[in-house]
Design a protein around this ligand. Structure first.
Ligand code: G3P
Length: 220
């Protein structure tokens, strides 16, 4: 399963990418609004660092505006994937941009029916939001299970990009279900590294090694 960072923070991206576990980045207007500076320059820098798909979202809500913004975003770098919201105009723009050869990520997906339509119009990625479903007492991961099942019956090229992840178990469950990608906030990716037994084990290995070295030095 591919791992994307859900962030517009160059600092976080520069910290995590060198670890070798990051395959791409997703941004949205809320995430980019938190960053200082020109959003096009930020997106270009992100593309230079990650060398993988970088989702950049349109803010227009009408078809013509989405096409204009989508084409403009795609010019920033070859790694840009244009993100459109799941609306009628967004679905139409997904089809048109995909037909032009621009990769599209259909976002704000909350039902299997929406995911089916996104695949039918050639979305490269579909982004179901699991955390926001959990927030309203609806099991977000059940949606992933249903989309994986539906897509398994057909030859859709659309990849399932699990979004709005809030903790490590969202990632583990997504991998168990066979989702293609998880996009996660930097803190969630960081939490994947943690296990107390790793820390205890490493401390013991190093202590035993030092003890042995001290004993050897004592004999010399
Ligand atoms: O990028 C879209 C998605 O991952 C947003 O997550 O935490 O704002 O629901 P969140």
């Amino acid at each position: 399963m591919k791992l994307f960072i859900d962030s517009g923070s160059l600092k976080d991206i520069q910290t995590l990418v060198p670890l070798g576990i990051i395959d791409g980045i997703t941004t949205n207007p809320s995430l980019l609004a938190k960053e200082q500076g020109n959003y096009r320059e930020i997106l270009k820098k992100i593309c230079d660092i990650v060398q993988g798909p970088v989702s950049a979202e349109v803010v227009a809500t009408d078809f013509d505006g989405m096409m204009r913004e989508g084409r403009d975003l795609a010019k920033i770098d070859e790694h840009i994937v244009v993100k459109v919201p799941f609306t009628r105009d967004g679905v139409k723009a997904c089809k048109a941009l995909s037909d032009e050869g621009t990769r599209v990520n259909v976002t704000l997906v909350f039902s299997p029916a929406q995911a089916l339509l996104a695949a039918k119009v050639g979305a490269t990625f579909v982004s179901p939001f699991v955390g926001r479903l959990d927030d309203i007492a609806t099991p977000g991961m059940q949606l992933i299970h249903e989309i994986v099942e539906i897509y398994s019956h057909y030859e859709f090229a659309t990849e399932i990009l699990v979004a709005s992840t809030r903790g490590p178990m969202h990632i583990v469950e997504a991998a168990r279900m066979g989702a293609d990608i998880c996009t996660c906030p930097p803190a969630v990716i960081d939490s994947l590294f943690n296990h107390p037994l790793t820390d205890i084990g490493l401390k013991k290995f190093l202590a035993d090694w030092e003890k042995a070295q001290a004993a050897l030095a004592g004999k010399a």
